[in-house]
Unconditional design. Sequence first.
Length: 152
Amino acid sequence: MLPGKISKRVVSDRLAWVDRMLSEIRALPLDSKPEFMQDSRNVWAAESCLRRSLEALFDMGRHIIAKGFGEAVTEYKEIAAVLNRRKVISASELVLMAKLAGYRNRLVHFYHDVSADELFEICSSHLGDVEQIVNALRSWLANHPAALDETL
């Protein structure tokens, strides 16, 4: 696989998707655990939006790696490692992104073990972790405009 240009459309779409999913989570009653738990739809919305935001985040990371650096990755934690090796994210962001990859895998493969209490805790206190990685990718993209394909 040869490196090429990163599709600005793809990364913009994924960034917008993550922003939308986090906004949807923040619209839930996260300031009150009893209110959040009172309506089971809040739990399902939180899980769906969190999982989808992580999917978009890792999809964008995979796209940056494949198109920008010509590498193929298959594992979610590997995306974080390659982004760090390629100086897209820092060492501390590597640790955080690997943790997010593990959580994404739990949401997808061990969904039956993720409790409503855990989802409330993550969504009320840890969305900044997702934003930190998104902001790191956004910053790298802004600092490397020559790596982007501007065409639709």
